[in-house]
Design a binder for this molecule. Structure first.
Ligand code: FAD
Length: 512
């Protein structure tokens, strides 16, 4: 049996039969099997948009060659009595717990919110009646912040092949489409993510892991630099090792950690708003036509750096998606975006944010607690302006020209819009940068300035970062680990999952 890799260009609406026939013709073989290794859309020339596909082919009619093998994560397993408590069931907490359970630890995972089906019901109720649930919302509940999202699985973090493969193969076992292993821009969609989240929980429990919902970490009992117990809403839980992965919305958890002596520093982050357009407008701008057979919906990623102003970029684009009320607290108002797997909604949305350093923005030293306060008060300002959860909005051309909107506009946002001078609600330097960015994006993408801009987008990354020892323990602690986005060491589903896995591997290596 021989193996060969070949690169092909195929029309967007190719079929498996067509792919098979191209492989056979190109290699001059009749009996073979094949596997797609990578697939990306080449849309550089609007008149010739096609897939670039690399396939690995196995056949008795070929000679030599080594088949492609996905990298795999080695998890050393042995019987242990060490009790590990993991807090938070987002990608960082969940994958950390899964690896620890596979390694033989007695792992308990606690989550402040409910199981994903109950969580989904509470979110639906919020969007239909405006009744906010503090434990089940877009930030909190089983699966973490990304469960109700577009489920994009891209990451710019380097050298994560083994951990990433562990996450992707876990998702596939739990029901994700196999294409996530080879697509250049894989995504799951919120509809898939809900089932995957429940199936992953079952896998963890089948391995002997224990999962407790509606259980919130309130405090730590610390003795001589060791956490001896976690104080939770279900009582004190004795621990040998504690991993906390609460995401970056859990401000009260960070305040508690700081009170207990966990050391953080402030870090650069980004805030802004979300832009929304009809998906057809984006398709026409990117493809030169309203639709493209074989491709769901057009994407974009834009960057701008006006002279002397802050860098502005689009982020977390949701083709065919909806803008959602993503607040984790009753008196805050922020937005985010999500899509279903088919990405077939009428609108496209994306975050449009400016990156900055809070100390240079405010012109003074800022402690981690002050950074959290600053962000919370901005989120509350949007809530107060809107008088609740309507999303403050302007037109994009209005934001550039500082003209408040008049009349109504069409949007996917479920809780209504409130016309607003968004540029006055944001800090001045951020407004200026976003205004310049929007003008530049309007030159790059035809029709961009005809869209709307709404809400506050404040959750692209954490404003603070925990200080870790080289072995990943929190500085000054012998058995406390903070993982994921809220720890300030990751951003996004994949990189947070990777951070959780690496935390688990560090615990295994330390040999508790
Ligand atoms: C609407 C939306 C769309 C997104 N879309 C994407 C996307 O398409 N692709 C992408 O890569 N990223 C996306 N993100 C970002 C992504 O979800 C996060 O980067 C990722 O989930 C962070 O993982 P984490 O495990 O660090 O934290 P989280 O996922 O935030 O999980 C933290 C968990 O801890 C729980 N928790 C918090 N405090 C406590 C406590 N004290 N006690 C017990 N439990 C607690 C929370 O309830 C939560 O379940 C999106 C985020 C949102 C909100």
């Amino acid at each position: 049996m021989g193996f060969r890799e070949i690169n092909l260009q195929l029309p967007t609406d190719y079929t498996d039969a067509a792919l098979r026939s191209v492989i056979g013709r190109q290699l001059g073989i009749r009996e073979f099997s094949w596997q797609i290794e990578s697939k990306s859309l080449d849309a550089r020339k609007k008149h010739n948009i096609h897939w670039l596909i690399r396939v690995g082919v196995l056949s008795d009619e070929l000679q030599g060659g080594e088949p492609f093998v996905y990298p795999s994560l080695e998890i050393p397993r042995q019987a242990r009595t060490t009790r590990v408590l993991v807090v938070g069931s987002g990608p960082a907490g969940f994958f950390s717990a899964l690896v620890l359970q596979k390694a033989g630890f007695k792992t308990m995972l606690i989550e402040r919110g409910s199981r994903v089906d109950r969580r989904a019901g509470r979110i639906k109720e919020f969007e239909s009646s405006g009744t906010f649930d503090p434990i089940n919302n877009y930030a909190f509940g089983e699966g973490g912040a990304g469960t109700f999202s577009d489920g994009k699985l891209t990451s710019r973090t380097k050298n994560i092949a083994r951990e990433k493969q562990f996450i992707l193969s876990s998702y596939i076992r739990a029901g994700a489409p196999a294409e996530i292993e080879y697509l250049a821009h894989p995504h799951l969609g919120t509809d898939n993510l809900r089932h995957i989240t429940a199936n992953l929980r079952r896998e963890f429990e089948d391995l002997g892991g224990e999962m407790c919902f509606e259980t919130m970490l309130f405090d730590l009992t610390v003795s001589n630099g060791r956490v001896v117990a976690a104080v939770t809403s279900a009582g004190e839980i004795p621990v040998d090792v504690l991993v906390i992965a609460p995401g970056h919305s859990a401000h009260e958890t960070y305040r508690m950690l700081i009170r207990n002596g966990v050391r953080f520093r402030t870090k650069n982050f980004a805030i802004g708003c979300r832009v929304e357009h009809p998906q057809e407008l984006i398709n026409r701008a990117q493809w030169g036509r309203a639709s493209l057979p074989g491709v769901k919906a057009a994407e974009y990623r834009l960057t701008a750096r006006g002279d002397g102003s802050l860098p502005v970029y689009t982020f977390c684009m949701c083709p065919g998606g909806t803008v959602v009320p993503a607040t984790a607290y009753a008196t805050a108002n922020i937005v985010n975006g999500m899509s279903r797997y088919r990405r077939s909604g009428r609108f496209a949305n994306a975050a449009c944010v400016a990156g900055f350093n809070l100390e240079s923005l405010l012109g003074k030293a800022v402690s981690p607690l002050e950074a959290l306060d600053w962000l919370s008060s901005l989120e509350q300002r949007f809530y107060q302006y809107a008088g609740g959860y309507r999303a403050p909005f302007a037109t994009i051309s209005g934001f550039i020209g500082r003209t408040p909107p008049t009349g109504t506009v069409d949007s996917s946002y479920p809780l209504g819009l409130a016309a607003a001078p968004l540029w006055d609600l944001l800090p001045p330097r951020i407004s200026e940068a976003i205004s310049l960015g929007l003008a530049e994006f309007s030159r790059k993408l035809k029709g961009f300035d005809s869209g709307i801009i709404l809400g506050l987008e404040s959750k692209t990354s954490s404003p603070i970062q925990v200080l870790r020892e080289p072995d990943r323990c929190c500085q000054g602690f012998a058995n406390l680990y903070l993982a994921g986005e809220g720890a300030g060491w990751s951003g996004g589903i994949i990189s947070s999952g990777v951070d959780g896995i690496r935390t688990a591997l560090a615990i295994i290596e330390k040999g508790y």
